[in-house]
Every structure is written in structure tokens, then in C-alpha cells.
Write a protein that binds this ligand. Sequence first.
Ligand SMILES: Cc1ncc(COP(=O)(O)O)c(C=O)c1O
Length: 457
Amino acid sequence: MTELQERAKQHLMLHFSDMTLDASDIPVLVRGDGCYIYDDAGNRLIDGLSGLYCTNLGHSNGEEIGAAAAAQMATLPFTTNWTTAHPPSIDLATKLAELAPEGFERTFFTSGGSESVESAYKMARQWHEANGEPERKKVIARRDAYHGTSLGALSFTGIPICRTAFEPPAVPTSHVSNTNAYRHPAGGDEAGFTQALLEEIEEVIAFERPETIAMIIMEPVQNAGGSITPPAGYWDGLRELCDKYGILLVSDEVICAFGRIGEWFGAQRLGSQPDMITFAKGLTGAHFSMGGLLMHDRVAEPFLTGKGDYLHGITFGGHPVGATIALKTIEIMEREGVLDNVRANEPKALELLHGLEDIPIVGDVRGMGHFFAIEVVKDQGTREALTEDEAGWLLKDVLSDKLYEDGMICRLDDRSEPIVQIAPPLVADVALFEEITAILRDGLTHAAEQLEVGKPS
Ligand SMILES: Cc1ncc(COP(=O)(O)O)c(C=O)c1O
């Protein structure tokens, strides 16, 4: 155990972590370089999850971005977006209007993803109120989806282990099926699958009463549950349902925006037409904590014409240093052709990951852009799932250690179906995906052998 591990154990409350863990089991990461990070013992590790889906440029632009941040700090370290404005947030909002889908001209800035989701809900509530429908308060979200931990966003999160301790939820929310075709009874027939999913949502709308529903919130590609892509026609169907019943449609792009699935915004990749887009993480490539809410002109309208006020604000929303960093991050992304890189890598990365399907515990391989998951199963042929106990042991005690030893940090998640999540920085090349696949092959083969032997009692 190192001295840093010892103090981490003594003084930090880690997020979503079992604090009975041994200090020696706390990785202490000290340095980054390109798509790699280094721990305090000098081990080099692939940043296989881009931190938490956010170090999208990797770890080599700190000096350039830092210089821009330092210049802004010397000019004006802080002023607010509460009734005033400043050049960096004006420039960033202007740039986002250029990059966003047509009709999205306006941004409300936040400090992160949960705040962006909260901001969308508050905007939905006040939009309906301004339009004479104050009783629209409910939300529809999806099972297993993660939308954040603050109490409003947590209501939309569909992962029981995150929510149950804080029930009843602050916002009345119904959770519908996600789009995991591998696990849905209708998943084998894409058109039938889309229809079944949309029918389920329409039934929930009818049951809850359309006139009480404020918004539907969904990710373009759902992270929790494992890079779950939508079937063809799904988002068109959502748009139709929202139009039919007067509901606002929110695309939660906290992960999917800024290139994760190959376009500036997930809505552009899917051709979807949301009313609001939430974002955070990749906006600054994680060089600053910043997010925001883009709203379509039709959503902004009542607030601009005096029919309603948006009663919401966050001290650091639109922070001038954060906005400067976001602008520099976007400039680097444009200069380095990062979106082209993601789109070019996607087919090769998928081919490499599908190449692991000869390993008996590899169930489903899915995802797009630089956003992939492998669903781990007990029996490939029957799709039999691991028991909760087996999944916890195999992922946490066996595979996690093995992947770390072999030089990679990614995420192993057993909160719904057990999955291995792979989402390297958007500047990764095919050689890095080859390295990732080789490490996964070794780790998954070892895990399959251990499963064969059985969990030690
Ligand atoms: C889709 C989605 N929404 C919201 C959030 C919450 O973001 P934050 O952790 O920045 O509050 C996350 C975080 O991972 C997310 O993936």
C-alpha cells in the first residue's frame, strides 16, 4: 500500500464505492499521456472509459488548454450569467448554435450532467405552465438508464440500486423498456421491436393520462445496460407520440454529445428531433466541469415573449474559464478532425470486438462511435444470464483485477445485465482498439475458465 492510498482511504469518500475496501485496492492515478494514464506505482493503463466518458481528447492537450484558461483567469476569472453576460459564454453559446441541429439557437449553461437534466425538467414544467398546462409534471424514462444523482435527475434514473434508498422519487416518473434487443422478446425483428417499444410507451401515456406528462427523456445510445442502440424508427416514433400528446422530448446527450457517437450531437447521428438536448462531459474534454441545456426555438419562445420566466440559475453555470476551455476544446476537435476519426474507427472497432465472440461468455457486442459494450453471459447459445452472485464475483473479483494487471481501465457493471464497457478517448486509433481487444481476449478467456471451475465458496 502506498502513502497516497492510505490517505485516500482515510480522508476521501469515494463515489458509489464500497468504503470497506482495502486501501491497497484504491487505484491512485497520477498522470496522463495521450490515451494512457499512469498510477502511483508507475503502471501504464489504457484509459478505456475516457475517465467517465469525458476525457475525449485524451491527456495531451493540457498545456494548450491551460494557457487559454490562464489568459482568461488573468482577464476575468469569474462573473455570472445571472442577468449579465461575458464574452466566453456568449462565444460558446454562439458556437454551439452553429454546431447544434437546426432550430437550437440558445443554451443554458450548467456545471455538469445532473444539473443539465434538472434544468431540462424545470424548463419543461415552466414551458407547459406558460402554455396553460400547469398540471403536466410527470416524466417517462427508461429502465436501467442513468440520468444523474440529484433528486430530480435521480427520479428519471432507472437503476434500482441508485434510487431505492431515496424513494419516493421527487418527480413522478414511469420507466419503460429500454432498447436492448438481445434481451427483449421482440428483439429479433427490428420493425416489430420498434413497434412493441412504442406501443408500450403509448400505453403508459394513456395510463398516466397524457395531460399530466411533461416530458420523455432518453439517451440516443443508452449507456447503463451497455451501449444500447435504438432500433430503426424508434426516435421518429417518439417524436410522433410527443406531438400527438403535447409532451416535450429530451435527448440526454451527457455522454453522446461532442463526438462520442461520431457527430457533435447524438440527435444528428440518429436524425432524431428532440425539443431539448442536455450535455456535459465531452464539452470541455473534462478539462473543466461544465454542461448545459440546448433548447429548440419553440421551447425558448414563451420565455422570450413574456409568457413565462425560467426560474432557475446556477452560480457557476457559464463560468468564463469553463467556457474558454470548452471553446478551446472544440477548436482542437475541429483542427484534429476528431469526429472523422471516430466515424472512421467505428466499423473496425466493432469488427475487432465481434472477433471476441468465440469466447464462451461473450453474449452480445453492441454500440457505435467510440461507445461499446459486451454483455457477459453464462451460456452463449441459450443467452442464459449469470446469477447476481456469479456476475458480481466474475466482474469484480476476477475480470476487473485481470484487466488492470494487463494494463487497462474500463468499466465492469453488474447493475443490470453484466457488461464490460469500452469507450476510449475520441483520439484513439485502430492500434489502440487492437490493444484493447487483445487485453479483453486475455481477460474474458481467463474469466470463462474461472466460471467453468466455479466460484470459490
Ligand atoms: C446520460 C447521463 N445523464 C446525466 C448524467 C449525470 O452527469 P453528472 O455525473 O455530470 O452529474 C450522466 C453521468 O454519467 C449520464 O451518463
